[in-house]
Design a protein around this ligand. Structure first.
Ligand code: NAD
Length: 295
């Protein structure tokens, strides 16, 4: 029997559907004023996983009424050609959001490309202007995965003020912005990573655990205090029982014995990421409109 019988599954699929419905409603309202937000998605090369991600983003954009503009470039595209495209997209008033699908081929400097995107069109929130703004607690375009995690946490816990959150992982894409968002929500935040000592003990003190590591089922019940809320960002493909499957960084079955609420993998954080990309595109369109009216 579970120590906490009323474990709550945090349903990212259902929440992302609500977020997308909210975005769609706002996009339709804008379109009545003759404005249609546009998202440019840039893919360099033909990595199969990246192709699937790009296709899903384009489909989702169309579903919510956002115009999507796909730019598929060959794998041997030079950095200067890519920077030229970014410059054109920055200047194009029909483009409100620019997403460059990562990873880029090795001969292209990823940082230089991300820094070339207009911060007001940076729907991934990776430009240093937005990273700095987030760490100052300003309202800026914020990386989609941590933004989606925050929505799940607010919907599950309400006010997060004073809660102790442990973030496992310190990547620029998930761990660090997640920590900044939790701080902004008045949590006490501990970030642990591959060099941290006493990981399990630190985790056991947490009201909220966010695992963004990339290690299948690293976190089990022994890492959790009873009643912890667990957000599992990890997506790991493993072979088990003769078949390939996706699992998170949390051992879901074990964690159920301790957690008050937990996200499944798949169906937890994953769908929220794409929903927040749409939300960011809408936010970017509004920011650019506000900027244009202020000039
Ligand atoms: P990353 O490899 O950039 O960073 C992993 C972090 O985990 C590093 O900071 C590292 O220090 C830490 N780490 C590694 N081993 C550790 C250990 N044994 N104990 C504690 N910390 C350890 O990865 P990322 O881009 O942050 O992604 C993390 C996971 O989240 C991956 O599984 C990735 O596929 C997944 N992800 C999911 C989504 C989504 O939409 N659900 C989005 C982005 C990433």
């Amino acid at each position: 029997m579970n120590a906490i019988p009323s474990v709550k599954l945090i349903d990212g699929k259902a929440t992302s559907a609500r977020v997308l419905a909210e975005v769609r409603e706002e996009v339709l309202a804008l379109r009545e004023h003759g404005i249609q937000p546009g998202l440019a998605v840039v893919l360099v090369g033909s990595d199969p996983a990246s192709q699937v991600y790009v296709r899903n983003k384009v489909l989702r954009a169309e579903e919510v009424g956002i115009r999507s503009l796909e730019h598929k470039l060959p794998a041997d595209t030079g950095e200067s050609a890519l920077l030229q495209l970014i410059a054109e997209l920055n200047d194009d008033p029909a483009v409100n959001g620019i997403l460059v699908q990562l990873p880029l081929p090795g001969h292209i400097d990823e940082n230089r490309v991300l820094q070339a995107i207009d911060p007001l069109k940076d729907v991934d929130g990776f430009h240093s202007e937005n990273v700095g703004g987030l760490s100052q607690g300003r309202d800026v375009l914020t990386p989609c995965t941590p933004a989606g995690c925050m929505r799940l946490l607010h919907d599950t816990c309400g006010d997060l003020s004073g809660k102790h959150a442990v973030v496992i992982g310190r990547s620029n894409i998930v761990g660090k912005p997640m920590a900044a968002l939790l701080l902004k929500a008045h949590c006490t935040v501990t970030v642990v990573h591959s060099r941290s000592a006493n990981l399990r003990e630190l985790c056991r003190q947490a009201d909220i655990v966010v695992a963004a590591v990339g290690k299948p089922r690293l976190v089990d019940a022994s890492w959790l205090k009873p009643g912890a809320v667990v957000i599992d960002v990890g997506i790991n493909r493993i072979d088990e029982d003769g078949r390939s499957k996706l699992v998170g960084d949390v051992d879901f079955d074990s964690a159920l014995a301790q957690a008050a609420a937990i996200t499944p993998v798949p169906g937890g954080v994953g769908p929220m990421t794409i929903a927040y990309l749409m939300k960011n595109t809408l936010a970017a369109a509004r920011l650019q409109r506000a900027g244009a009216t202020a000039e």
